[in-house]
Design a protein around this ligand. Structure first.
Ligand code: ATP
Length: 358
């Protein structure tokens, strides 16, 4: 017999709290995930002091779920809100709201996720340039920086003002290079590390999707590009389960270690039933501007081979290009100009539009 969320919730509601209620009626259960026989959840107690003495409660919650028929590995984590977790005003990073199934992001026709297994392979560079390339081809484009721990879009898009929130609830996004932009990085000081755990991350992403007025400038967006964090964590899971996602593009460098992680990302999308629209090989080759020599610093062709093996579209190979890096650092994506890289991004954008994905 397979285990359901209801079974787990019923079992957890037998764990009483000192006020006479229980951990479910007291709204202390967060991020409950039932994955086959594995169960994970977070118990949020009211303060760090209470958390220090709540280990017996956590252990009891784990035990009661582990005793259910069909339960395998059960993992409960204790957490408590602290003042520093939530930045001032706007309350970005609240808890995820209960929600039945995936919903459309208001003001957005389609959501496109840009993912990678490994960090630093150029996912944010691809996101910002693809956003600009799509906008140059007449699409109404939004860009959401979902890389909550390492937001880079404010710098790459050259937009760093704090977004306004006239009513303290909805957030007016920024606009840069014809793209409507929102990033958690715009709500925080640039050097401030985000130390939120899973539930706070999920709440922040849900807020970014639901409270940002994506249609503020040009009416409904044709496409919202979401620049995901690297890997296969809570943000990816939240996006693909809470929002209707048109598809995902996976970026990888050709080297084996990156490809190994890219396969994990592809596996994740398969199990979340999010279509993968294609793979991009970044940092594919280096063309020396001095001598014309071509070097395959991270290898070459591995991503195309992987795409062919999996029967997925290969969307293109992007070279290592100094101007791309400089343009990213300067906040003016290389796709705004002309040249090999701009053409490559225009090609990928054109293909997405032709296939009805953007
Ligand atoms: N094709 C390229 N040529 C030259 N530099 C590149 C290229 N692609 C990305 N870069 C540079 O590599 C660095 C990492 O890229 P980027 O931030 O886009 O990667 P990421 O996968 O989003 O990283 P993270 O996982 O940290 O978010 C940046 O400095 C970027 O400018």
């Amino acid at each position: 017999m397979s285990l359901s969320r209801d079974d787990v919730t019923r079992a957890l509601s037998t764990i009483e709290t000192p006020d006479g209620g229980n951990i479910v009626s007291g709204d202390m259960i967060r991020a409950l995930i039932v994955d086959g026989d594995a169960v994970r959840f977070v118990i949020e107690v009211p303060s760090a002091e209470i958390a220090k003495v709540s280990e017996p409660l956590r252990a009891a919650a784990e035990r009661v779920v582990a005793a259910l028929p069909g339960a395998g590995r059960v993992q409960a984590v204790l957490t408590a809100p602290t003042a520093e977790k939530a930045p001032p005003s706007l309350k970005i990073g609240g808890h995820p709201k209960p929600q039945e199934g995936p919903m459309r992001v208001p003001g957005v026709k389609r959501v496109l996720a840009i993912a990678s297994g490994k960090g630093g392979v150029g996912k944010s560079t691809v996101s910002s340039n693809l956003a600009v390339a799509l906008a140059r081809q007449g699409r109404k484009v939004g860009l959401l920086d979902g890389d909550i721990h390492g937001p880079s879009q404010p710098r790459m898009m050259g937009a760093t003002q704090r977004p306004a929130s006239p009513d303290g609830k909805s957030i007016i996004p920024l606009q840069a290079h014809g793209v409507t932009l929102m990033s958690i990085g715009l709500m925080l000081a640039e050097d401030k590390a985000v130390i939120w755990r899973g539930p706070m991350l999920m709440g922040a992403l849900q807020q970014m999707m639901g409270q940002v007025q994506w249609d503020h400038y040009d009416g409904e967006l044709d496409i919202l590009i979401v620049d995901l964090p690297p890997g296969t964590g809570d943000v990816q899971l939240t996006l693909c389960t809470k929002a209707v996602v048109e598809g995902a593009i996976v970026v990888s460098t050709p080297q084996d270690v990156a490809l190994l992680d890219a396969r994990k990302a592809l596996d994740m999308f398969a199990s979340l039933k999010t279509p993968v629209l294609g793979l991009i090989e970044n940092m594919s080759l280096f063309h020396c501007p001095e001598c014309g020599h071509e070097a395959h610093i991270f290898g070459h062709g591995g991503v195309a081979t992987e795409a062919a093996r999996l029967g997925l579209p290969f969307l293109g190979a992007l070279p290592i290009d100094l101007d791309t890096r400089l343009a990213g650092d300067a906040g003016t994506p290389v796709a705004l100009g002309d040249g090999v890289m701009a053409d490559a991004f225009a090609g990928i954008a054109g293909r997405l539009i032709a296939n009805g994905h953007a």
